[in-house]
Design a protein around this ligand. Structure first.
Ligand SMILES: [Zn+2]
Length: 288
């Protein structure tokens, strides 16, 4: 029997703003999940959407992670350097016969944002490149348990009309490139997992294990996000921020007497208990 590959986890923020408590929680949980399995923790900056990027955000995210003791392994992978790999993946996917051009506008798309090959682009029309998917593969989420597929097929943009590659394509190509064995991320991305599993299969890439974390909301019940104006975390309060994140993750060591971020992380790694999180998975985590 082949030896199990070493655990390779990752954190993959997009540089659309500084880290906030929601993204710190994802970074911390993926870090602890990896370190508690003696695994590597990799970093990827998802900078493939220049119009949404905020200047300086990549640097600010890297600085915040370091201030919080979340040191990554290997060199940071910037998606902006990976355009050739995405083009190559599209070529591989062409062989499946499922790619098609789409000239739909937001107004003409069907339910769930699918085109369903209803548009008939003319030769000069700007088109996106879509793939038809079955979305028939379920998976076992390490926190949320068995996830049945949605039971309806659809299609997905892989390259946008403006020529930019879509997240769905880049994420699977780069998880494969970085040899990621475990994906720990927010539950808002869970619905996209079925399509990503299918893309991985079509690209002959291995399936990682997935664990989706509860979403962190503010006191009004709004998900903390850069778009909703979640405040940046203050790096000078790193130890307190980690304690807050550990509390949200239901980890007992949040109140330990550790005096430094490194001390706290060593203890949090030793005590990491994803089952405590599984019990909280159906709740909304509130941070204020
Ligand atoms: Zn269309």
């Amino acid at each position: 029997m082949a030896a199990k590959p070493q655990y390779r986890g990752r954190f993959a923020p997009s540089p659309t703003g500084p880290l906030h408590m929601g993204s710190l929680l994802t970074a911390l949980a993926s870090y602890l999940h990896a370190r508690s399995a003696s695994g590597l923790w990799l970093l990827r900056i998802e900078d493939i959407d220049p119009p949404r990027e905020v200047p300086g955000a990549s640097d600010s995210i890297l600085r915040s992670l370091e201030a919080h003791g979340l040191h990554w392994d290997e060199s940071v992978l910037f998606q902006s350097t990976r355009l050739d790999a995405y083009a190559e993946a599209l070529n591989t996917l062409k062989a499946s016969g499922r790619l098609f051009p789409c000239s739909c506008t937001r107004a003409t798309l069907g339910p769930g944002g699918s085109c369903l090959r209803r548009c008939k682009p003319g030769p000069d029309d700007p088109t996106a490149l879509r793939i038809q998917l079955d979305e028939s593969m379920g998976f076992e989420d390490q926190i949320l348990g068995t996830q049945a597929p949605p039971g309806e097929s659809g299609d997905l943009v892989l390259r946008r009309k403006d020529g930019l590659y879509a997240y769905a394509l880049a994420v699977v190509v780069d998880d494969a490139r970085q040899g990621v064995t475990h994906v720990v991320r927010g539950a808002d991305l869970l619905p996209q997992t079925f399509a990503q599993l299918e893309l991985l299969t079509l690209l002959h890439s291995p399936r990682p294990d997935y664990a989706h974390l509860p979403i962190v909301c503010d006191h009004r019940g709004t998900k903390l996000s850069k778009q909703a104006g979640a405040p940046a975390i203050d790096d000078k309060r790193a130890l307190n921020n980690l304690r807050d994140a550990l509390r949200l993750l239901r980890q007992p060591c949040a109140d330990s007497p550790a005096a430094t971020v490194d001390e706290l992380l060593v203890q949090a790694t030793a005590d990491w208990d994803p089952r405590a999180l599984a019990r909280a998975a159906k709740e909304v985590l509130v941070y204020h």
